[in-house]
Design a binder for this molecule. Structure first.
Ligand code: M6R
Length: 613
């Protein structure tokens, strides 16, 4: 996730910005940049790669002891990591610069209209439109121009803006992307996208809320409402977190933070692609014409680990709603079997990191055989995205915990969008159904957000009861069968408990022999078409003295009677249950691993990105 740092005050700005950016490195980034004012002009340095490159560059530079500036670490979303795409971005004159976190959804339209007015663009980013849009509104006051410009913007932003003609101030603004301001009694104001950047300098902070803007000067800080321009009284808060706590936004582990970030990650993945009114999906990044899409005879999904589980869910969705045959392969198997692929097949490699060696090898084979390759990936510019014909990016932000959580639910979101899109292009989903499914997805983030704290609490007694178990069985059916696999994988990778996921109907074909009091069985039982079947499977476990945890629909009182523990979830559109039902399983694994004293974020023997075969 990108990082912003800004400072105006009595101290030298360059070391403050570089130190602040260093403290945001944990968020993940792929390029960095800085801007400061010297002799009435803005001076900007940017480079691809690690912050160390920028620091090295700055060692040779005479910054004139500048006291005002901005810095940024970019995690690419529009345009690959490069110097040209790194922030800060300038307007045509070079007198105005912007650093930005978030996504400008209508940047295509804005860019076209600004280009028509004569603005010259030098990057592929969405951010650059902000610099030109503010320039377009600029008369003699920067704050006013920013306020006017952002009214035309759709999407999310945290902004830092600077103009050489008002050299005493920085402008900060936010909408759906965090921004925190820091103050010092003896003068000096800071802005940052996250608290760790401020901690070496001040613990006195002001949190900007959505649709607020601030004017930061050496000796004053004023906050305004972006929409009506009215001043807003803000409370200064004192932060007592240490640096480690601050990086994790107060959460004990990155994994927990990332579990709680899922509503935002899901929202970011569908926002700008799904029309909330009609359910119509636009995915121009696929780069295939409607005619080509209609001519596709088969889809082949290729992935590893958690990403493979996302692929398994997508098979249910695509076959049901698009009526197209789908095959799903573990990438390490795909690459060593005879592949029957050709130009009428779409191969979809799914990878959070975009660097997984087996998935990449599968992609290359598919391309050699003439298939169309559309990847689903979270990391812009990664190898898999570079080698694909098109990429649907998940916008989960960097995932730091090794156990994949928000990347998984974002992959599911992207695959659900793809299902809608193909169903619409191939006319297999009627308009009314599109509306219904689209609406269900739009409602999901808020619903998950509401459930998360309660679910976390509910895991404590379950963890106390079963956290010392040696084995665990997870059962599911239909599109929730892969979620049982994912629940088991999550538990084994972070708590080192042996866990298996099974299609519930397979129980009596072998695993039922394992059932006794020491084998907890968790079953997913939403009120769907296979509900009664799974309940019968669960009864078979109960008859053999198995201990049972059921995850099902709120209001289904039978679950509490059958199970040792029943976890209730709200009733949503059945198709989206795989996303919702993942959440308690992630929380249960987290709770158990934490209780067992395991290294939750960096489990033994595992790597975040598996770049070897
Ligand atoms: O980066 P990828 O999505 O390609 O990674 C695939 C697997 O290595 C990954 O999902 C792994 O299983 C995770 N540790 C799961 O939490």
């Amino acid at each position: 996730m990108c990082g912003i740092v800004g400072y105006v005050g009595p101290r030298k700005v360059v070391p403050i910005v570089l130190e602040g950016l260093k403290r945001l490195e944990y968020r993940g980034y792929d390029s960095a940049g800085i801007v400061y004012l010297k002799d009435g002009k803005l001076v900007k340095y940017r480079c691809e790669g690690k912050l160390a490159n920028l620091e090295e560059m700055m060692e040779e530079v005479d910054d004139g002891g500048s006291r005002i500036g901005l810095g940024h670490t970019r995690w690419a979303t529009h345009g690959p990591p490069s110097e040209a795409n790194a922030h800060p971005h300038s307007d045509c004159s070079g007198d105005l610069v912007v650093v930005h976190n978030g996504i400008i959804e209508n940047f295509h339209t804005l860019r076209e209209s600004l280009t028509a007015k004569g603005h010259i663009f030098t990057s592929q980013t969405d951010t650059e439109v902000l610099a030109h849009l503010i320039e377009e509104h600029l008369r003699d006051d920067l704050a006013q121009a920013v306020a006017e410009a952002v009214k035309e913007v759709e999407g999310s932003f945290a902004l830092g803006v600077m103009w050489s003609r008002q050299p005493d101030r920085l402008i900060a603004a936010r909408s759906q992307s965090p921004l925190v301001l820091g103050v010092k009694e003896k003068g000096g104001c800071f802005m940052a996208s996250d608290i760790p950047a401020l901690l070496p300098y001040t613990r006195q902070v002001i949190f900007l809320e959505d649709r607020e803007m601030a004017v930061l000067k050496n000796d004053s800080l004023q906050v305004f409402n972006l929409d009506d321009g009215q001043p807003v009284e803000k409370e200064i808060q004192t932060i007592d977190w240490n640096v480690g706590m601050a990086e994790k936004a107060g959460y004990r582990h990155f994994m927990l933070k990332e579990i709680f970030e899922q509503p935002q990650a899901i929202l970011n993945t569908f926002r700008g692609r799904l029309d909330p009114e009609t359910g119509i999906v636009r995915l121009p990044e696929i780069k295939l014409s409607s005619e080509e899409l209609r001519g596709v005879s088969r889809i082949s999904l290729v992935a590893c680990g958690t990403s493979w589980h996302a692929a398994l869910v997508a098979k249910y969705w695509l076959e049901k709603w698009v009526g197209i045959p789908v095959e799903v392969d573990i990438a390490s198997e795909f690459r060593y079997r005879r592949l029957l692929l050709g130009p009428d097949v779409i191969v979809i490699p799914i990878s959070q990191s975009g660097e997984t060696a087996d998935t990449l090898a599968g992609l290359r084979l598919a391309k050699d055989l003439g298939a169309k390759v559309i990847s689903i990936c979270n990391v812009v510019g990664s190898t898999i995205t570079r080698e694909s014909h098109g990429t649907i990016y998940t916008h989960a932000g960097p995932e730091i915990g090794v156990a994949s959580t928000k990347a998984f639910t974002s992959q599911l979101t992207a695959l659900f969008l793809l299902t809608l899109f193909l169903g619409q292009v191939r006319e297999t989903i009627p308009a009314e159904k599109s509306r219904e499914l689209g609406k269900a997805l739009v409602e999901l983030p808020a619903l998950i957000e509401e459930e998360l704290p309660r679910l976390q609490e509910e895991m404590i007694p379950i963890c106390n009861e079963f956290g010392r178990s040696r084995d665990f069985l997870y059962l599911g059916r239909g599109a929730n069968f892969p979620i049982a696999l994912e629940g088991a994988l999550k538990l084994k990778e972070i708590s080192y408990i042996h866990a298996e996921g099974y299609a519930a109907g397979e129980l009596k074909h072998g695993p039922i022999a394992l059932i006794d009091r020491d084998m907890p069985v968790l079953a997913l039982v939403p009120g769907d078409g296979v509900y009664k079947k799974v309940i019968s499977n669960v009864q078979e476990v109960k008859a053999r003295h198995g201990r049972i945890i059921l995850v099902g629909s709120r209001g289904d009182d039978a679950l509490a009677e059958i199970a040792d523990f029943a976890i209730y979830l709200p009733i949503i559109h059945e198709e989206l249950n795989p996303i919702l039902y993942t959440i308690p399983l992630q929380l249960l694994s987290y709770q158990i691993a934490n209780m067992r004293g395991c290294d939750v974020d960096q489990p033994r023997n595992l790597a975040k990105s598996v770049t070897v075969e």
